[in-house]
Unconditional design. Structure first.
Length: 70
């Protein structure tokens, strides 16, 4: 599986605050506040998951992350 260079590895340091704040950072669009739509593509051979997120309302907030499953 080849990875798009636009993907970034997830950094847990970017999440701060209590559980409500962390859920808002992950789930909500930074531009309009709407709920993001997530797509996941798993690569179990390399123990990675590619995640893309986009906002259905404003189209902004295109986020691409790689989650490490180890």
């Amino acid at each position: 599986m080849s990875f798009d260079p636009d993907f970034k590895f997830e950094k847990f340091e970017s999440y701060y605050g209590d559980i409500t704040q962390v859920k808002k950072i992950i789930d909500d669009c930074r531009h309009c506040g709407a709920k993001m739509v997530f797509t996941h593509l798993s690569d179990y051979k390399n123990l990675l998951v590619q995640e893309t997120a986009r906002c259905p309302q404003c189209g902004h907030g295109k986020r691409k992350l790689i989650h490490i499953l180890n």
